[in-house]
Design a protein around this ligand. Structure first.
Ligand SMILES: Cc1cc2nc3c(=O)[nH]c(=O)nc-3n(C[C@H](O)[C@H](O)[C@H](O)COP(=O)(O)O)c2cc1C
Length: 194
């Protein structure tokens, strides 16, 4: 195997295609974002990178708030639609059958069908070029109680979470190991690595 040299590009995979909700108090909107992730554990921080021409851009800039709603297999149609159509003249919630729930910490709605929503407040807007990065604090989380088991554990792995890789949507598959499994002593077996 040998490597081929390409110039730099925005190519990493998989990434989460999330449904971002926002509101200016009059209009609620939802759009798809794949340029997102965690930037810090304590304090919990995230980012979304948004092109200024998106209808949602000014709403988020003005309100300083948004929610990241994790997407699942049953939301894949909405994820694609909300990433193609602008909410400037249409109600994407209505057209996609997305039900609104009230967030706990921010004033924009969250999506009822999403198992977990990160409620975010914008800290800084950083102009990067094509996209502006909304570096934000995760001020709260709404979790669907149906994914919490009797022991109080969250079963996010059972939700059919979506991944986006090179233009295609996937559902997360087989569990290959738990965090730290590679250094755990296994019954009658050697460590994988020492
Ligand atoms: C899978 C997927 C990922 C996307 N990721 C982003 C993103 O990270 N940032 C962005 O500005 N637009 C992204 N888009 C495009 C916007 O979601 C799209 O332009 C949308 O129509 C904007 O909606 P709005 O005008 O109602 O705000 C993505 C679209 C898709 C389908």
């Amino acid at each position: 195997m040998s490597k081929i040299k390409w110039k730099g590009g925005a190519l990493t995979a998989p990434i989460p295609p999330v449904l971002v909700t926002c509101s200016d108090g009059e209009t609620d909107n939802v759009f798809t974002v794949a340029w997102t992730g965690i930037t810090c554990t304590h304090p919990p921080k995230t980012y979304i990178s948004v092109r200024p021409e998106r209808f949602s851009y000014d709403i988020i800039k003005k309100s300083g708030e948004f929610a990241i709603n994790l997407s699942t297999e049953s939301l894949v149609g909405a994820v694609d639609f909300c990433g193609i159509k602008s909410g400037k003249n249409i109600d994407k919630f209505k057209l996609c059958g997305l039900e609104k729930d009230q967030a706990f910490y921010v004033s924009c709605p969250i999506i009822r069908q999403s198992p977990l929503s990160l409620e975010c407040r914008v800290d800084k807007i950083i102009n990067l070029g094509s996209h502006d990065m909304f570096l934000s604090d995760i001020v709260g989380i709404s979790v669907d109680d149906s994914i919490i088991d009797r022991e109080g554990r969250m079963n996010l792995e059972k939700c059919g979470l979506l991944a986006f890789a090179h233009g295609q949507y996937f559902k997360l598959g087989k569990v290959l190991g738990n965090f730290g499994f590679s250094v755990k002593r296994r019954k009658n077996k050697k460590h994988i690595y020492k």
